[in-house]
Ligand binder design. Sequence first.
Ligand code: ZN
Length: 93
Amino acid sequence: MYRKGLMELLQDRPTSLQELAQLLAVHPKEVEDDLQHLIKSLRHRPYRAVITPATCKKCGFVFHKDKLHKPGKCPACRGTWISQPLIRIEERR
Ligand SMILES: [Zn+2]
């Protein structure tokens, strides 16, 4: 069961895992687990998750969308200046 309020927080508002953890006062790993559940459960609901993948700000490498947490290092240039992935939920139309 995913955390109540998670869906509301993300609706039409791109939010990072870090920010969500702060808002809910829980560990980012917990939020990530809840989020994975929530995203899976959306398949049966009139909503969809829109994920803006993390990107390396040094070389522009785009990480996989399945990664919800901020990657530690860029596999292309080894840089650590990386943007956080953003998660948003919107109504399917
Ligand atoms: Zn890079």
